[in-house]
Design a protein around this ligand. Structure first.
Ligand code: ADP
Ligand code: MG
Length: 402
């Protein structure tokens, strides 16, 4: 920092991820402390980039983590705290508040973790949001179901990856699930199911300014891929498309309203049958499922790397500089595979720029300056993936490694 000491970043991760962040923070000259769970102790963390690793049995036990981190801080000056996984965003924000460390505080973090809070914010900012109700007051819940036609989705406020989302077609069905949830019901919301394509906009925010945005469109909606199986697809939208411009404007409107100062964001929208984009959800982190790789091959911007540079620059009181952005196109395909190590050697077009390295998964990124070429490859590869690799219900092994 200003006194010549290196910037010390405490990275918190309840998953094994963020390798690029750790490398890049080290390249920036930061000292890295990693706090993760005991079950991830033997994962291939980039040890050369990490100064100290701390293990705890359960990062969901906030009090214990607060004691442990405060204990560490007796002999170390922690300048920044970074949550590498979505589940750690709230914990990191609480720790920052507790230790008075700059960065996303608890009230702003809430807009990026709590699906109820983010909806209220998006609505207040003037975005269209599927009609929703908090599962709290029964009169209001009944009133909502009388007013808003089904289907609806019953959705946990704090989960990710389509976990725990249920589609309901009648009030009876909703009551059945709500009763089953018992004391957990207030951690859910109910909202109108809006059929349509799902989009995501990934952004870099530096000192309240949105310095990078990329608008992208998923293949089949993530819910249907995660519940029914299939090939997960996403790709960058054409720069000049009207959809891109609308999404950029909406995303700017939303992010500005949250007051986020710096970081990486991943925000999702549904294009309704009425032609309007509906706010779906947002996150203060790099998007999952290797979307960062797709974004990198389209733009030359590695969101993990830039995140580390952003944090390091701010801790040193310097101005963050976005690297030059390329305006190419890229798309990603990933599916659960029948084979433990699927043979993807048949996919040899020169546009293949990245291959997944994960048991029971097939996946690649294609990139080209020509958007039509990316579309064409996604189309033909998704058909070939379905034939060569795709398994519908996850196998026991696949589930274990997912
Ligand atoms: N209101 C909705 N209408 C239609 N589909 C929805 C709705 N809410 C969620 N989904 C589907 O469920 C998926 C996951 O929901 P989302 O709110 O993004 O939570 P998660 O954090 O689990 O990704 C979405 O990508 C979409 O396919
Ligand atoms: Mg989502």
């Amino acid at each position: 920092m200003a006194d010549g000491q290196p910037v010390t970043i405490l990275c918190i991760s309840s998953e094994f991820k963020g390798t690029d962040f750790l490398h890049s923070a080290r390249q920036e000259g930061c000292r890295i402390l990693l706090l993760t769970e005991e079950k991830h102790k033997d994962k291939p963390w980039p040890r050369e980039a990490i100064d100290e690793i701390f293990l705890m049995p359960d990062l969901a036990r906030y009090d214990d983590v607060t004691y442990a981190v405060s204990y560490l801080a007796r002999s170390r000056v922690i300048d920044r705290i970074v949550a590498l996984d979505d589940y750690d965003v709230r914990l990191a924000a609480d720790l920052r508040e507790h230790m008075r460390i700059p960065g996303l505080g608890s009230s702003t973090a809430r807009y990026f973790r709590d699906k109820l809070s983010m909806r209220l914010k998006a609505q207040e900012a003037g975005l269209a949001v599927p009609e929703f109700v908090h599962v709290l007051n029964y009169d209001r819940l009944n009133g909502y179901m009388q007013q808003v036609p089904p289907p609806w989705v019953l959705k946990p406020r704090f989960e990710a990856g389509a976990v725990g989302i249920k589609k309901a077609h009648s009030a009876d069905e909703v009551w059945h699930w709500v009763n089953e949830l018992g004391d957990k019901q207030s951690f859910f919301l109910l909202e109108r199911f809006v059929p349509g394509d799902v989009y995501h906009v990934d952004a870099i925010v530096s000192e309240k300014e949105i310095v990078f945005m990329q608008a992208n469109k998923y293949g089949r909606p993530p819910l249907s891929v995660s519940h029914q199986g299939g090939v997960f697809i996403s790709r960058k939208l054409p720069d000049e498309a009207a959809e891109t411009k609308t999404l950029h404007a909406l995303n700017r409107q939303f992010l500005t309203s949250t007051g986020i100062v710096r970081g990486i964001t991943h925000t999702e929208y549904i294009l309704g049958e009425d032609g309007r984009f509906y706010f779906l959800e947002t996150a203060a982190r790099v998007g999952g499922a290797n979307l960062a790789d797709m974004i990198f091959f389209a733009s030359g911007v590695n969101l993990w790397t830039e995140w580390a540079r952003l944090e390091a620059a701010s801790a040193r009181g310097e101005q963050y500089q976005l690297p030059p952005v390329r305006h190419d196109y890229a798309g990603i395909l990933i599916c659960l595979a029948r084979q433990e190590w699927p043979d993807m050697s048949g996919y040899q077009d020169p546009e293949v720029v990245w291959r997944i390295d994960k048991a029971y998964h097939a996946g690649l990124v294609v990139a080209s300056p020509d958007q039509a070429r990316v579309e064409q490859l996604l189309q033909s590869y998704s058909e070939r993936f379905a034939h060569d690799f795709l398994t519908v219900g996850p196998t026991k092994e696949a589930k274990r490694v997912a």
